[in-house]
Design a protein around this ligand. Structure first.
Ligand code: ZN
Length: 391
C-alpha cells in the first residue's frame, strides 16, 4: 500500500509485513511472549520514541505510549489495538488499529490537544497461545485472576508465567492495574471489520455479542485400530463427532454461531483408537441465553459438560460516544460477533468506542483477510478527526 499523506502508514505497514509471517501459508503467527512478540513490542517502542512519546508497560504487559502526561493532565484519550495474531492470521486484525493510531496522531496538531493522548498495544488479545482471549486487558481490569493466568499453559506445557519471565516481564506483578486504568478517560479502538456487515469505508460499533470458549474433555480407552472389535471400543472421537454436529445444529436452531476449531487427540496415531480427545468450542450470538443453550446442547451430545475457559457478556459501547462519532464521521453503526479489548475496557466502566474499517470479503483470522487501501486511508482520517474531537 502507499500512504504518502497518512503519516508514514506505508512505511510502518512495510516494517511489520515480515514479522511472524509463515512462508508457506502466508499467514501470521504472532503469539504472546514469543520472539515475534518481542520484535513487535520493540517496533512499537521505536515508533513511540520517534514521536517523543513516553512508553510505559502496565502490570499485565500492555504497552502505553503517551503524548502528554496522563498523571498530571489526565485522564487521557487512548487509541490503539493489538499486534498479536491467531494461528495463520491476517495482516490487518490488530496491527491496522496500532499503525492507524500512530498515523492518525501524526496528522493531528498535538499542540492543540486539550488532554493527553495515548496509543495502546494490548498483550495477548487473541489468546492463541494460552487460550484466554484479551488476556492483557482482562488482567489489566482484574477480570482474569492472576494466579489462573500464571498457570495457563501453551501446547508445549510452558506456563504463561514462564513465558512472560523469559520475555523479561515480571509475572509476579500481574493483577488489576488501577494506576494504568486511571489514566484512560476514553478508549477508542480502530479495527478491521471481520464480517461483511459494513458497506461503507468506516463504521462505528454499537455492541459486541456475548461470546465464550469452552473445553470438552472426552476420555476413552486407547486400543489397536485393527484388532479391537467395534463393540469393545470406547472411542472418544465418536463423542466429539456427535458434539461437533450438535454444535452446528444447535447454532442454527438458536440463531447463534458455534465453532470447533481446535482439537487435541491422544495418542494421535493413525492406527490407535484415541484415549483422549480435547476440543474447544467457540460460541457467540446476539443473545446470552441462546449462546448458553447451544453450549448445553453440545454438552449433552458429548456426554460431558463443557468447561468454560472464558466468557464475555454482551457489551454495549458508550451510547453518547457512539452517537457522537457516528455523526462526526457520518458513519453507519453496527454490532459485531468478534471480541475486542475495547469490549473488556467498556465492561470495566471505561467510556469506549470502536471504529471498523470495511472488509470487502468478510474474511478474517485467515491469510486472505483484506482491506482496501482507500478504506484504510479513510480509517486513519476518521481516527484523526476523532482524536481532534475527543482530545
Ligand atoms: Zn483483533
Amino acid at each position: 500500500m502507499s500512504f504518502e499523506n497518512s503519516g508514514g502508514f506505508d512505511r510502518m505497514w512495510a516494517d511489520l509485513a515480515a514479522v511472524g509471517r509463515d512462508g508457506t501459508s502466508g499467514g501470521y503467527r504472532r503469539y504472546a511472549w514469543t520472539r515475534e512478540d518481542a520484535v513487535l513490542r520493540e517496533w512499537f517502542r521505536g515508533e513511540a520514541s520517534a514521536r517523543g512519546l513516553e512508553v510505559v508497560a502496565d502490570r499485565a504487559g500492555n504497552l502505553w505510549a503517551w503524548a502528554g502526561d496522563p498523571d498530571a493532565d489526565g485522564p487521557g484519550l487512548v487509541v490503539g489495538s493489538h499486534l498479536d495474531s491467531v494461528p495463520d492470521g491476517g495482516a490487518f486484525d490488530g496491527p491496522l488499529g496500532v499503525v492507524s493510531a500512530f498515523a492518525a496522531l501524526d496528522r493531528v496538531d498535538r499542540a492543540a490537544l486539550r488532554r493527553p493522548v495515548g496509543i495502546a498495544c494490548f498483550a495477548d488479545e487473541e489468546g492463541a497461545r494460552f487460550g484466554v482471549a484479551c488476556a492483557g486487558s482482562r488482567l489489566l481490569t482484574g477480570v482474569l485472576d492472576p494466579d489462573r493466568a500464571r498457570a495457563l499453559t501453551d501446547d508445549d506445557g510452558t506456563t504463561m508465567a514462564e513465558a512472560m519471565a523469559a520475555a523479561g516481564h515480571h509475572p509476579g506483578a500481574l493483577g488489576r492495574d488501577d494506576e494504568a486504568l486511571r489514566r484512560v478517560g476514553t478508549f477508542l479502538e480502530l479495527h478491521v471489520e471481520q464480517g461483511r456487515a459494513l458497506d461503507a469505508p468506516v463504521g462505528v460499533a454499537s455492541a459486541i455479542w456475548p461470546h465464550g470458549r469452552w473445553r470438552l474433555d472426552l476420555r476413552g480407552r486407547a486400543d489397536h485400530a485393527g484388532t479391537t472389535r467395534l463393540a469393545d471400543r470406547d472411542d472418544p472421537m465418536l463423542r466429539l463427532a456427535a458434539a461437533v454436529l450438535a454444535a452446528r445444529a444447535a447454532a442454527e436452531r438458536h440463531g447463534t454461531v458455534a465453532t470447533v476449531g481446535k482439537v487435541r487427540v491422544r495418542p494421535n496415531g493413525v492406527n490407535a483408537i484415541p484415549s483422549e480427545v480435547t476440543a474447544w468450542l467457540d460460541a457467540r450470538g446476539p443473545a446470552e441465553d441462546a449462546v448458553r443453550a447451544v453450549v448445553a446442547d453440545v454438552g449433552t451430545a458429548a456426554g460431558a459438560p463443557p468447561v468454560e475457559e472464558s466468557w464475555t457478556a454482551s457489551t454495549d459501547f458508550d451510547p453518547g460516544l457512539r452517537d457522537r462519532l457516528a455523526t462526526l464521521l457520518d458513519a453507519p453503526v453496527l454490532p459485531t460477533g468478534a471480541g475486542h479489548d475495547a469490549g473488556i475496557l467498556s465492561a470495566a466502566g471505561v467510556p469506549t468506542a470502536m471504529l471498523f474499517v470495511r472488509n470487502p470479503t468478510g474474511v478474517s483470522h485467515s491469510p486472505a483477510e483484506h482491506a482496501e487501501e482507500a478504506d484504510c486511508r479513510a480509517g486513519v482520517a476518521a481516527l484523526a478527526r476523532a482524536i481532534e474531537a475527543l482530545a
